[in-house]
Design a protein around this ligand. Structure first.
Ligand code: NAD
Length: 443
């Protein structure tokens, strides 16, 4: 079976590579020539555990191809996935220009029956916009070629994307044709050996499922952050509360961690886009509006703690930052809370040293000369007035506290991810601030 994946970003590249791994003949197409050149040499443009060797292996086995030429690769393919970006528009709604552009090109160049699948996260009605575009292009050509559209939103998590794609919790497919259903069933068969469901539904429901899933996850985060802030006020411990509520199976113990607010390429934009979708049809999503507001406020929580510790005097104070990517195991800095926190501290006159295990190069494009880049986690602590931990990479979990103590001017840690034990920090002689837990001053 031959398929095409349009867009070779975090989703498209993983999708194409995993389908090739399952034995399909896959061509990944992108408009970014530089990216395609690198990919042809097995150089992957993103950090995603396990992806690089899989790309290399499937190129060698001649199952995975890369091109900028959509026309060539559509010929003889049965399915084309649209996995291009859907960034937020000026008003927060999803900008569909890339999706609609690809759909026009598909209509222009297709030469046989195709199932055209939107894998990008797109608002309700997009698959039908794709259908209209393709049909218009076929009409212009005077062609009577047949095609179907389907919606197949992607639920992979950056940092665990390969594993998530190969062993998905569920696969959601919105469809309105039996032919397309048969093809999609065949396509996904290799990924269903773990017994998880392949859920067929109508197209609008599939499109909404993706937004509803991300909105629910963002809600859990904002909810726990508000509880954490209440813990701070009342002297309770959010970690204990988390364990306490998480043991109720109706609540579940996943995704209940307090922190510095959600970020990344999906939650912020998808929450915004869903709010806009509802607004357009006069159906206001009040909970989600609150989720967004709480998340914005949460990014200031750590800064407020820092300012309060230094009695408002953070001008010319030097801080070492651990972790820049929006979460561990990815280099993705899109909407990362770290960037906002760093920019706010710089605006107040602080000096910032940063370290992240994988996103140093990517961060240079965003932060430029405004910060000093450390080669390792200890270098950024040289003469530092404090450590600010923003992303919970594994290598930060058990650092050499004795060495840190020698390097730092002030033994104070602001932990935005609650990865250390307050009592242990107290014993080690650090003043340790975290989220929703008591700050213990060294004895
Ligand atoms: P990305 O920005 O990493 O990649 C998008 C790619 O599409 C880029 O390489 C770009 O050059 C390419 N592109 C743009 N126009 C094109 C065209 N006309 N033809 C071919 N390629 C084109 O984006 P991403 O993070 O992979 O996200 C893609 C979609 O998947 C978005 O809708 C996103 O919301 C959704 N999604 C993302 C994730 C995630 O974790 N990143 C998870 C689930 C769903």
């Amino acid at each position: 079976m031959k398929i095409v994946v349009a867009g070779t970003g975090y989703v498209g590249l993983v999708t194409g590579t995993c389908f090739a791994e399952a034995g399909l003949n896959v061509t990944c197409v992108d408009i970014d020539e530089n990216k395609i050149k690198k990919l042809k040499n097995s150089e992957i443009p993103i950090y995603e555990p396990g992806l690089q060797p899989m790309v290399e292996r499937n190129i060698k086995k001649e199952r995975l191809f890369f091109t900028t030429n959509l026309k060539e690769c559509l010929h003889g393919s049965e399915v084309v996935f649209i996995a291009v970006g859907t960034p937020p528009d000026e008003d927060g709604s999803a900008d569909l220009k890339y999706v609609l552009e690809v759909s026009r090109h598909i209509g222009k160049y297709m030469s046989n029956y195709l199932v055209i699948v939107t894998k990008s996260t797109v608002p309700i009605g997009t698959a039908y916009k794709v259908k209209t575009n393709v049909q218009e292009e076929l009409d212009k050509r005077g062609s009577n070629l047949k095609f179907d559209v389907a919606s197949n939103p992607e639920f992979l998590k950056e940092g665990n994307a390969v594993e998530d794609f190969l062993k998905p919790d569920r696969i959601v497919i919105g469809i309105d044709s039996e032919d397309a259903e048969k093809i999609m069933r065949k396509l996904y068969k290799p990924f269903l050996l773990n017994g998880h469901p392949l859920l067929f539904m109508d197209i609008p429901s599939a499109e909404l499922t993706k937004y509803a899933a991300n909105a629910m996850l963002a809600t859990k985060i904002s909810f726990m952050n508000e509880i954490a802030n209440l813990c701070d006020t009342l002297g309770a411990d959010v970690n204990k509360v988390r364990i306490g509520i998480g043991s109720d199976p109706r609540i579940g113990n996943k995704f209940l961690y307090a922190g510095v607010g959600y970020g990344g390429s999906c939650f912020p934009k998808d929450v915004k886009a869903l709010i806009r979708t509802a607004d357009y049809c006069n159906s206001s999503l009040e909970i989600l509006k609150a989720v967004e507001k709480v998340n914005e406020q949460q990014k200031d929580i750590l800064i407020n703690k820092i300012k309060s510790h230094f009695k408002g005097e953070i001008k010319n104070k030097t801080f070492g930052i651990w972790g820049l990517s929006f979460k561990p195991e990815t280099d993705d800095l899109r909407d990362a809370p770290s960037i906002e926190i760093i920019n706010k501290l710089i605006a107040e006159g602080s000096k910032i040293n940063v370290y992240d295990p994988v996103s140093m190069e990517a961060s240079k494009k965003i932060l430029g000369q405004k910060v000093h880049y450390g080669n390792n986690l200890y270098e950024v602590l040289n003469d530092a007035d404090g450590l600010i931990l923003i992303t919970e990479w594994s290598e930060f979990r058990l650092p050499n506290f004795v060495m840190m103590e020698k390097l730092m001017k002030n033994k104070v840690i602001f932990d935005g991810r609650n990865i250390y034990e307050p009592s242990e920090m107290q014993e080690l002689g650090f003043t340790y601030y975290s989220i929703g837990r008591k700050t213990l001053i060294p004895k």
